[in-house]
Design a binder for this molecule. Structure first.
Ligand code: UDP
Length: 236
């Protein structure tokens, strides 16, 4: 395996209703969980950051009148709900897990402590990281870049609905081509909507490579970890 320790970033949408991306769809959660448990069974250490967009996005919700910071805390709590669901489903699929959160909710999860997270990974537990960075005005993409850096992950696997970054929207333009490789600067300069700028910048500073790939094709997490030519690899 080219990668021994990976950080997998899942958007909340991946766990939601397949049509709307909202709420929690038990089949969607089970499918993702089965893929994660399988790669863990191959001996790969997996840290997983889950988004919360299926429940609430702070920026959108604050437009209705709620203070932005409060709305962001609501969003972070949503990621914890997703984390509990993933933890249960991954364990049901056969891999041990620990849910660690950036906001303390001790009855539900362990607080995130870097060295403890490393210990869990070394012992083969899938570490699910909820609560984003614990700070409003950030995203779970930035949390993924931050935790991947802290936990010395070799790659940030950014799971999406599309197999990588394309020259145009492949759903609208049949001549759109997949870009197998990009540099961080190309992503920033072209304003490509891979991850937000804070997350990309942090990855660039740390030299952390990002693989953008399609989560919904069965077995793709394993293919990504095996280093197969899929998606878009972003590096210096
Ligand atoms: N959030 C936050 N700080 C963080 C991470 C997340 O405030 O460090 C909030 C923010 O409101 C965000 C929501 O949690 O909209 C859900 O996270 P995100 O939008 O990144 O989820 P995804 O799009 O990956 O499902």
């Amino acid at each position: 395996m080219p990668y021994q320790r990976v950080l997998l970033k899942l958007s909340g949408e991946a766990l939601g209703d397949p049509q709307t991306g909202h709420g929690l769809d038990t089949d969607a959660v089970k499918r993702v969980a089965a893929q994660v448990a399988h790669v863990a069974s191959l001996g790969v250490q997996v840290a997983l950051v889950c988004g919360g967009g299926n429940i609430l996005r702070g920026a959108q919700f604050s437009e209705l009148g709620t203070n932005r910071a409060s709305a962001d805390y609501m969003g972070m709590l949503g990621t914890v709900i997703n984390g509990v669901a993933l933890s249960e489903a991954i364990e049901a699929a056969g891999a041990p897990t620990r849910l660690m959160t950036a906001l303390e909710i001790r009855e539900v999860a362990e607080p995130f402590v870097r060295r403890r997270a490393l210990r869990h990974l070394e012992r083969g537990r899938v570490v699910i990281l909820g609560g984003g960075t614990g700070n409003p005005f950030f995203t779970t993409d930035t949390a993924a870049a931050l935790r991947a850096s802290e936990l010395s992950c070799e790659v940030l696997l950014k799971a999406t609905k599309v197999d990588g970054v394309y020259t145009a929207d492949p759903k609208l333009d049949p001549s759109a081509e997949r870009l197998p490789r990009l540099t961080y600067m190309q992503v920033l300069e072209r304003g490509l909507k891979v991850m937000d700028g804070t997350a990309i910048t942090l990855c660039m500073e740390r030299g952390l490579r990002i693989l953008v790939f399609d989560l919904f094709r069965e077995g793709n997490i394993e293919r990504a970890i095996r280093g197969e030519n899929l998606g878009t690899l972003i590096q210096a």
